[in-house]
Write a protein that binds this ligand. Structure first.
Ligand code: ADP
Ligand code: G3P
Length: 493
């Protein structure tokens, strides 16, 4: 057998990617699916459409490459995290659309829990903040709002799963109702210390334990799926950001990756210690492998590449995202301009939902190039905010930042990131780290790859960006950023 197949079920598309033994991509297929916005701030997906598109791309990638199902050693799954599906065990039909991680409909439930003094307990047990982002309150919403759902759940007729669980259940014809520890750690229901569902939180949210999947490691055979005439083991599961961490082989304590997509997701491996953040970062499970759980600290930037889309679509300052590097490099600096892209408030370490976007430092000489450059720089400043917070929380200094995601194609951004952090930024040859991570986890489980030492030899660096900026310049620029952020805060309060 020569390949491992990775299923990458993201927020906007379902993809299938074939990796060979050298971790080279042999084929990719992708299908977008419908986003449902039934009310302001609400986001849903149809779980059957997710399954149909995922199944279709799986078949298509084999047809497109002419690779036989007999050549596939294992399937690994990586997924948009937190998104919640509840379905009937007998019929296999979801009782409601999936409630997507972005959906804000359960903000009031979170507010109520906070008023009840539940926040510290949740933080302590799950490592998360009490927010509508996570699955727990979304399950409660479905049980409270779908007619008859709570009674059915109490009779043991309904199952819950994040997208990994839903897909594994479908792939194995309902035989495996499982998740992995990385996905479980995003539900708001999982005690990341005892590694079990937490009965106090389940009781508070009125969620019967019988709905919940069995929590497995991130690399083992969960079941088999029939493709053509082969029964292929489904053997790896990890949430997409954790899969990217593994795909970049950030397997030692202190190693970190930042994914620059629509938003930026920064994860730092903290080894076998769950580190409690005092700066609003999340404590999460990176992966569970060979009987050992590895933890991570996580922080996210809401507006990463999305702020480049804003330059392109709303301001019309560039025609293509890639042009930003050209315009930014036409000037020596931003001429004192700072863009704070707090369009939806600010996340860690500020957590200010009332902050709003702003451009500071405009003078008569400020032009398009300065604004474009300041927007790219803002992505790097926000990432530095997170890295500083992580260093303070974990006491571990970052030695190198590994990067991936669509926006890492931007050399200007990568160089500025290195300059403002005073750290080497390493861009891998293979920027499909997420899919690679799921493939590696699955391949390890079936012996396709021997161990992480072998995998580490497969991850090749395309380019390393070394810091070139003088320390006093770095301090001056970053101090300006902090001042700009301060001015943008509490705006719509
Ligand atoms: N050369 C570039 N410079 C800056 N931003 C870019 C560049 N290419 C893509 N982007 C940004 O990266 C994002 C797409 O990256 P991707 O990893 O596909 O995101 P996602 O997985 O979140 O959809 C977009 O927001 C886009 O604006
Ligand atoms: O689907 P993505 O890549 O935008 O990732 C979504 C994250 O997993 C949400 O936590």
């Amino acid at each position: 057998m020569s390949y491992v197949l990775s299923i990458d079920q993201g927020t906007t598309s379902s993809r299938a990617i074939l990796f060979d033994r050298n971790s080279q991509i042999a084929g990719v297929t992708q299908r977008e699916f419908t986003q449902h916005y039934p009310a302001a701030g609400w986001v849903e997906h149809d779980p059957m459409e997710i399954w149909a598109t995922q199944r279709a791309v799986l078949t298509e990638v084999l047809a497109k490459t002419g690779i036989s199902s007999k050549e596939i050693a294992a399937i690994g799954i990586t997924n948009q995290r937190e998104t919640t599906v509840v379905w009937n065990k007998e019929t296999g039909r979801p009782v409601h659309n999936a409630i997507v991680w972005q959906c804000r409909r359960t903000t009031d439930i979170c507010e109520q829990l906070r008023e009840d003094g539940f926040e510290d307990y949740v933080r302590e047990k799950t490592g998360l903040v009490l927010d509508a982002y996570f699955s727990g309150t979304k399950i409660k919403w479905i049980l409270d709002n779908v007619e008859g759902a709570r009674e059915q759940a109490e009779r043991g007729e309904l199952l819950f799963g994040t997208i990994d669980t839903w897909l594994t259940w479908k792939l194995t014809d309902g035989k495996a109702h499982v998740t992995d520890a990385s996905n479980a750690s995003r539900t708001l229901l999982f005690d990341i210390h005892s590694l079990d569902w937490d009965d106090v939180i389940l009781e508070k949210l009125g969620i019967p334990r019988s709905m919940l999947p069995e929590v497995k490691s991130s690399s083992e055979v969960y079941g088999h799926t029939r493709v053509g005439k082969s029964d292929i083991p489904v053997a790896g599961i990890a949430g997409d950001q954790q899969a990217a961490l593994f795909g970049q082989m950030c397997i030692q304590e202190g190693m970190a990756k930042n994914t620059y997509g629509t938003g930026c997701f920064l994860l730092k491996n903290t080894g076998d210690r769950p580190v409690k953040s005092t700066h609003g970062l999340l404590t999460t499970i990176a992966y569970s492998l060979n009987g050992q759980v590895t933890y991570a600290l996580e922080g996210s930037v809401f507006m990463g590449g999305a702020s480049v889309q804003w330059l392109r679509d709303e301001l019309g300052l560039v025609r293509d995202a890639a042009d930003t590097a050209y315009f930014a490099s036409k000037v020596e600096d931003t001429n004192g301009v700072y863009v704070v892209p707090a369009f939806v408030g600010l996340g860690a370490p500020y957590w200010d939902p009332y902050a709003r976007g702003a451009i500071f430092g405009l003078t008569r000489g400020a032009n398009r190039n300065h604004i474009v450059r300041a927007t790219l720089e803002a992505i790097a400043y926000q990432s530095r905010d997170l890295i500083d917070a992580m260093e303070q929380d974990s006491g571990i200094k970052l030695s190198q930042l590994k990067v991936d995601g669509g926006a890492v194609a931007n050399d200007f951004l990568m160089q500025f990131q290195s300059d403002i952090l005073d750290v080497t930024v390493a861009r891998p040859e293979l920027i499909e780290s997420t899919a690679a991570g799921a493939a590696y986890l699955a391949g390890l489980a079936v012996g396709f790859w021997k161990d992480t030492d072998e995998l580490s030899t497969l991850v090749q660096v395309d380019k390393e960006f070394e810091p070139e900026m003088a320390e006093d310049r770095r301090s001056e620029l970053y101090a300006g950023w902090k001042k700009a952020v301060e001015r943008s805060q509490h705006w719509s309060d």
